[in-house]
Design a protein around this ligand. Structure first.
Ligand SMILES: Cc1cc2nc3c(=O)[nH]c(=O)nc-3n(C[C@H](O)[C@H](O)[C@H](O)COP(=O)(O)OP(=O)(O)OC[C@H]3O[C@@H](n4cnc5c(N)ncnc54)[C@H](O)[C@@H]3O)c2cc1C
Length: 447
């Protein structure tokens, strides 16, 4: 019998895993232990499964998917990643192998168009150049760009504050203030210009022309992957300690269990990995990155229209505002359905952090009543998801502050028997494709 129970502490063994011999005398429970059941961990598990390798996956929360999250208690709203491009090669390979249905949203992708600025609602600002939602994208002066995706982190001359790049490109301080309301960063005066240049390079060189969502939600992809995996996928296994013994590594979880593996692959965001006790041989830059890598905060307030009030007041349903609600968007994947969300980024999220659900509901509906009187009584509050406080992520995605890109090459190196994957470790792509790409990189490191 290869399979047997492992019990590393007194009490019941929760699971049964394979006992294997390491190169030396010690026995391990599995060859590869994957930490984190987001798309990076699941992609790696799927690839190891295809190669018929021995692996175990530990996920800390009670569900798989991580930042691909069809949120049951928020009426199945998507609160995480959802937009995938036709050139998301690694991701699309799985989507097609698993026969997961997609919805093409390219033709009706929306960006906020009504503008609420200094207590006045505009249908749209006539000149795109003076329109606050375009200030970040239509810039007066030419500026630097990355000539390729590979090595985006190797351009120290461009590792300046994003606000300095915006200034070079002709934006004034007050325009930068407006950009800062809804730019996809914590603070454009702290974040590196490389984040924005990398995003632009990804749009250009990844070259996706069509954008898709998962039909029925990202949960469809997660379930399809899960169905192909072995039975060694465990939820509620919150990792709190990793020890590298040289010949193998041990991982301890908050339920008091531990498991030994020849190789451990951490896909944990550095925000949560920094709360794990690490007795492993990290290099200096890696240690610094684990401790300090910056992550963007995002809070989403989900609303359901009871009536098409935008048809009454004639303004576009999507809005950019200079209020704490920032952007209000229709996030539906389907043409015939409206799913409203107030999307708050970066430091603006602090405004809602200490509010109760009831307070957020009351604030949001009142504020919207002021902005759009026609919305009064016509919106139902569904709930809020706060990525900065969500304990399994503590942030929406990695955002390199000035100086942090210089840590990148070292931070993704294997530290002894511990390997690192996850969106924050992607060498080329971003987002979901970046997470899948990182899983393939680690697969090459392992087998
Ligand atoms: C609001 C939002 C919108 C986005 N939109 C897009 C988009 O449109 N397109 C796109 O391409 N990308 C988008 N992204 C990014 C994309 O969702 C992520 O890059 C990707 O899902 C990350 O996958 P991952 O596997 O690296 O990390 P995760 O999905 O975060 O997986 C890590 C897993 O580790 C688990 N974990 C954490 N700590 C522990 C621990 N101590 N022990 C055990 N398990 C632990 C977590 O529960 C999680 O399941 C978006 C992200 C957010 C938040």
């Amino acid at each position: 019998m290869r399979r047997r129970k492992f019990i590393q502490r007194t009490g019941m063994a929760a699971i049964g895993v394979t006992m294997l011999q390491t190169g030396c005398t010690s026995k391990v429970d599995t060859e590869y232990l994957i930490l984190g059941g987001g798309i990076a961990g699941l992609t790696l598990a799927y690839q190891l499964q295809k190669l018929n390798k021995d692996y175990v996956l530990y996920e800390g929360s009670g569900r798989l998917g991580g930042r691909l999250f069809t949120h049951k208690s928020l009426q199945n709203r998507e609160v995480g990643g959802r937009g995938i491009g036709d050139k998301y090669v690694k991701l699309m390979e799985m989507v097609s192998e698993l026969n997961v249905s997609l919805v093409d949203i390219t033709d009706y992708m929306r960006s906020p168009t009504s503008i609420y600025y200094q207590q006045k609602l505009y249908k749209d600002w006539s000149s795109p150049n003076a329109n606050p939602r375009m200030l970040e994208y239509i810039l007066p002066n030419e500026g630097p760009s990355l000539s390729k995706l590979e090595g985006w982190y190797q351009s120290p001359e461009l590792d300046i504050k994003y606000s300095d790049l915006l200034k070079q490109r002709g934006r004034t301080e007050s325009e930068i203030d407006l950009i800062n309301i809804s730019a996809n960063y914590n603070d454009v005066r702290e974040t590196s210009a490389l984040n924005s240049l990398h995003s632009a390079a990804f749009r250009k060189y990844n070259g996706s022309r069509r954008i898709f969502n998962f039909d029925g939600g990202s949960i469809r992809l997660i379930e399809a992957i899960k169905d192909k995996l072995n039975d060694q996928v465990y939820m509620n296994k919150m990792v709190d300690k990793i020890v590298d013994h040289g010949t193998h590594a041990s991982v301890y979880t908050s339920d008091g269990e531990n498991i030994k593996a020849k190789k451990v692959i951490s896909t944990l965001p550095f925000t949560t990995l920094r709360n794990v006790e690490l007795d492993i041989n990290t290099n200096q830059n890696q240690k610094k990155a684990i401790e300090e890598l910056n992550y963007t905060d995002i809070t989403q307030i989900h609303l359901k229209p009871k009536y098409n009030f935008w048809e009454e007041d004639g303004f576009h349903i999507d809005m950019w505002t200079d209020t704490p609600l920032e952007r209000i968007m229709n996030s539906s994947s389907y043409k015939d359905r409206v799913e409203l969300v107030c999307w708050v980024n970066g430091k603006g999220t602090a405004f809602f952090d200490n509010m109760s659900d009831l307070e957020i509901e009351s604030y949001t509906l009142n504020e919207l009543k002021k902005i759009r009187p026609a919305s009064e009584g016509n919106l139902e509050y569904i709930g809020t998801h706060n990525w900065g406080n969500y304990k399994y992520n503590l942030g929406a995605y990695a955002e390199f502050n000035v100086g942090q890109a210089a840590l990148f090459e070292d931070m993704i190196r294997p530290a002894g028997n511990i390997h690192f994957a996850g969106e924050h470790t992607a060498k080329k792509s971003r987002g979901i494709e970046g997470a899948a790409e990182s899983a393939h990189r680690v697969l090459n490191e392992l087998v």
